[in-house]
Each structure stands twice: as structure tokens, then as C-alpha cells.
Design a protein around this ligand. Sequence first.
Ligand SMILES: Cc1cc2nc3c(=O)[nH]c(=O)nc-3n(C[C@H](O)[C@H](O)[C@H](O)COP(=O)(O)O)c2cc1C
Length: 132
Amino acid sequence: MKKAVRYFSKLGNTRTIAEAIAEGAGVTAVSITDAPQLTEYVDILYLGGAPYANIMAPELKTYAENLDASKVGKVVLFTTSNWSKRTVLSLKKLLRKKGFTVEDEYFYAHMLHIQGRIDAAHAFGKRNGLNN
Ligand SMILES: Cc1cc2nc3c(=O)[nH]c(=O)nc-3n(C[C@H](O)[C@H](O)[C@H](O)COP(=O)(O)O)c2cc1C
């Protein structure tokens, strides 16, 4: 099963979670600001970001808008925030509209409990679907 992890992080919280998911998945987490495009097909694309003043970063929105659905089996989302789940909910809507399969379940870590969520993020990256 081929996987990739892409994220946008201003302050480092989402990057920390992305790196833990990537370690579980056996890949390297890549910031969308470094190497945005997927060069080959992946079965699972983990995609994450955070809200800033109640909306996701424009960089992440643009990235999602330009993603190529033919290169992705399904998208699995993750986010960090103070309270809002808006980033994943907006991404889910945007990507489904573009024809992507997006898993309903997503990974959430509160910004004050990032370190305490590392093991769970690692396990989240390891699994291939809802039941394994
Ligand atoms: C300018 C700014 C605005 C934020 N606005 C929100 C918000 O509207 N809702 C929320 O739940 N968290 C908000 N947060 C908290 C961030 O989403 C949270 O710290 C997140 O973990 C940051 O991710 P990052 O470290 O990957 O950049 C805000 C943080 C900053 C710095």
C-alpha cells in the first residue's frame, strides 16, 4: 500500500502530527510549501492543516484545489487547532466535490496536547483503513 503525507503548518503543531503519521506510514512527511505535487499514484494521501482565524491557510486550499484525483486512491485528513474542526470539514467538502474519496474519519490533536497525541498519530499512519 503506497502512502504519502502532505501538510501545511505555520507554527509546527501540524508538522509534528504529520511527522508521526508519516513515521507510522513508513514515509516522509512533506510540507506543501516544499514539494507540492504528487509525482506518482498513492493509495492513501494523508493531508493536514490547521485553522487560522477560523479558516484554513489559503496555501492549503489552493493545494487541495489543484490536487490530481487520478493520483490518489483516497484522502485521509488530519488537523490541529484550539477548538475548530473546520479545516478538515472544508477540505472534505472541497475534495469530495472534485471527485476524491475522502475517509470520514480524521485525526485531531488539540494544539495544547500535541505531544500526548504522537503515539495515536503514529498508529493512525500505520493503519490502512477503518478496520486495519
Ligand atoms: C493567528 C491564529 C489564528 C488562529 N485561529 C484559530 C481558530 O479560529 N480556531 C481554532 O480552533 N484555532 C485557531 N488557532 C490555533 C491554531 O489552529 C493551532 O495553534 C494549530 O495547532 C496551529 O497549527 P500549526 O502549528 O501547524 O500552524 C489560531 C492560531 C493562530 C496563530
